[in-house]
Design a protein around this ligand. Structure first.
Ligand code: ADP
Length: 438
């Protein structure tokens, strides 16, 4: 700073000194004339440099920073240095951006960046294939102008992106695509698309295989079971060992038959093409029947109670609901020791219909609860087998619950008992026939 003022004031001071000396030698007029002309020259020189700077600022080019003399030489040198630094930083940023673009382009998923109005800001080549986009032409276009499938447009509008959207045979007939929207920053969105055709094919093969095997096993099992039962009932069967063996065979074939039935039920529920057949389900009547069945399954070993606190009816599938409710009731009976209490309850909570089964049985430790609805997951293998469980009951319940947009809640304490509740959405509650007419 000091250097700047020293250099800036050197010329005017030198001129002042010379003018004062001239004043002494030749009088005031030549001295004043000389001083003003020197200042004017100094002023013009600065003005020229300023004009050069102004011209350059109008279209700054890092390679053409003006040259200057004296004070301006330093200023322009610093400007030059700044511009070089800035150019280097810009080059580094561009390289980083290109690197990012290359990495994102190499992703096996399609990536589209959408702005706050769902206009395309950028997309990678896989997204171009999945959406039929052109990465240069379509920038700035609304995504829904280019990807017009109604399901996709609706998915974008719902603003609930917790679950991915599946679209089968959309652009290219043979492709199944999964889409996921991830909001970020200031209302921007990342749209990720994945080709899950192979995965879907394997899933379908798995499902078909299980369904076919189960179906094929059904007939031979029925035949074997029939013969075993006939043999069991033969009056001249006096060998105890043979009788025991036959009873065991009957028990096991029945268990296999239940397993096959449960596998078939699951593959039906699991099939995306098998949409929910909705009808009016009179839940109180259904529960009275299930209560009777529960009584006979319990054989008087438990205190079984039915609490119908609501008489509301549901929009759903009676067969599926019967299967889900029946599984929860059968579990409560099988996992509650003799003398325990079981309550079946139908009620409404905040406008939502709720079915619950409360038991005073074995209860479940907290670490098992999140995994209960997995196929073949058992807390206690021997107990499940002893009581004739297939390990598929709660998996069936989970599917039925999700097909009815309901949720399954489990509250349990080891050694004290459990409550399994199915909470239905309010929209599934139908007005009673007399309410509907009034
Ligand atoms: P399973 O045929 O073995 O009963 P489920 O899918 O119906 O299969 O249930 C999974 C596991 O959850 C069971 O093996 C059991 O350990 C546990 N379970 C289910 N319901 C209850 C209950 N009411 N009380 C205690 N444990 C239960």
């Amino acid at each position: 700073m000091f250097d700047f003022w020293r250099r800036a004031l050197f010329f005017p001071f030198a001129m002042l000194l010379i003018s004062l000396m001239l004043w002494g030698m030749a009088g005031a007029l030549p001295a004043v004339l000389m001083f003003t002309s020197a200042l004017l020259l100094y002023f013009i020189l600065h003005l020229r440099q300023l004009a050069a700077l102004d011209r350059w600022l109008e279209s700054p080019d890092a390679r053409k920073v003006p040259d200057g003399a004296g004070l301006w030489e330093d200023i322009f040198a610093q400007l030059n240095k700044m511009m070089r630094l800035q150019r280097k930083e810009r080059e580094q940023h561009t390289a980083a951006l290109q690197h990012m673009e290359q990495a994102t382009s190499a992703l096996p998923e399609g990536v589209v960046i959408l702005d706050e109005a769902d206009r395309i800001e950028w997309c990678n080549p896989i997204a171009e294939q999945h959406f039929g986009l052109d990465g240069t032409r379509d920038i700035g276009q609304q995504i829904t102008y280019l990807a017009r499938q109604p399901e996709f447009v609706q998915y974008l509008a719902t603003k609930n992106y917790s679950e991915p959207l599946l679209l089968r045979g959309t652009r290219q007939d043979s492709l199944t695509l999964s889409f996921k929207l991830i909001p970020y920053g200031d209302n921007k969105k990342l749209l990720i698309s994945r080709d899950i055709t192979r995965f879907e094919r394997i899933e379908t093969m798995r499902r078909d295989f299980v369904a076919n095997v189960s179906h094929e096993l059904r007939t031979p099992l029925t035949v074997v079971n029939g013969f075993v039962e006939t043999l069991c009932d033969m009056p001249n069967l006096d060998n105890d060992e043979t009788r025991r063996a036959l009873h065991l065979m009957a028990e096991q074939t029945q268990r296999m038959a239940r397993l096959v039935d449960d596998l078939l039920t699951l593959s039906r529920l699991d099939n995306a093409l098998n949409a929910l057949q909705e009808e009016t389900v009179d839940v109180p009547t259904l529960l009275r029947t299930l209560y009777q069945e529960g009584q006979s399954l319990s054989g008087g070993r438990h205190g079984l109670r039915l609490d119908l606190e609501s008489d509301c009816v549901l929009l759903g599938n009676a067969e599926e609901l019967r299967s889900a409710f029946g599984n929860l009731i059968s579990n409560a009976i099988r996992y509650t020791p003799q003398g325990g209490e079981i309550v079946l309850r139908w009620q409404e909570q905040g406008g939502q219909p709720v079915f619950s089964v409360q038991d005073s049985g074995l209860g479940i430790a907290p670490q098992h609860i999140p995994r209960l609805t997995e196929r073949f997951y058992r807390v206690d293998h021997s107990r499940s087998r002893e009581t004739g469980g297939t390990g598929l009951g709660l998996a069936i319940v989970k599917h039925v619950v999700s097909r009815h947009q309901a949720r399954l809640e489990v509250a349990s304490e080891e050694g004290k008992g459990s409550t399994f509740s199915i909470v239905f959405p309010a929209k599934r509650r139908l007005p009673l026939p007399e309410q509907a007419t009034t």
